[in-house]
Design a protein around this ligand. Structure first.
Ligand SMILES: [Zn+2]
Length: 132
């Protein structure tokens, strides 16, 4: 019998990303959870914005450049300022290209808000179609 067994993998599994050896500074996906339960280090997984399964980078939901401003020091705990999401670097650079830090910190500081932003959605849809 020469039948090839095709298992019904989930749609996301169909995208196979080859390990890119682009940046020597990147560490292998070994450290996962930091002490405050946030995924901070280099990790591999599905990007919540474009759904690609690839290496992810950490995005501070409140950009670090704003952490010392009174508005943030008053309204957020140190732990909250450290919260973030792991996203694909193309999506990550998209966020910062589309919105300045103030907008990100004030209006787009949850994953839900990021996902609902029309400009980011458009960018993520584009990222999802790229093949590198
Ligand atoms: Zn993405």
């Amino acid at each position: 019998m020469g039948a090839i067994a095709i298992t019904s993998a989930s749609p996301t599994r169909a995208i196979v990303s080859k390990p890119a050896a682009d940046s020597p500074a990147m560490t292998p996906a070994s450290r996962e959870l930091d002490d405050d339960h946030t995924l901070r280090r280099q990790a591999t997984g599905s990007c919540p914005l474009c759904q690609r399964h690839t290496r992810l980078t950490f995005h501070h939901l409140i950009p670090k450049a704003l952490h010392n401003r009174n508005r943030y020091r008053k309204n957020y705990t140190r732990e909250e300022l450290q919260l973030g999401i792991n996203i694909y670097r193309r999506c990550h650079s998209g966020l910062h290209a589309l919105h300045d830090e103030k907008t990100l910190g004030q209006e787009l500081n949850t994953l839900e808000q990021l996902c609902n932003d029309p400009a980011i959605r458009k960018h993520s849809a584009w990222v999802a179609k790229q093949c590198d």
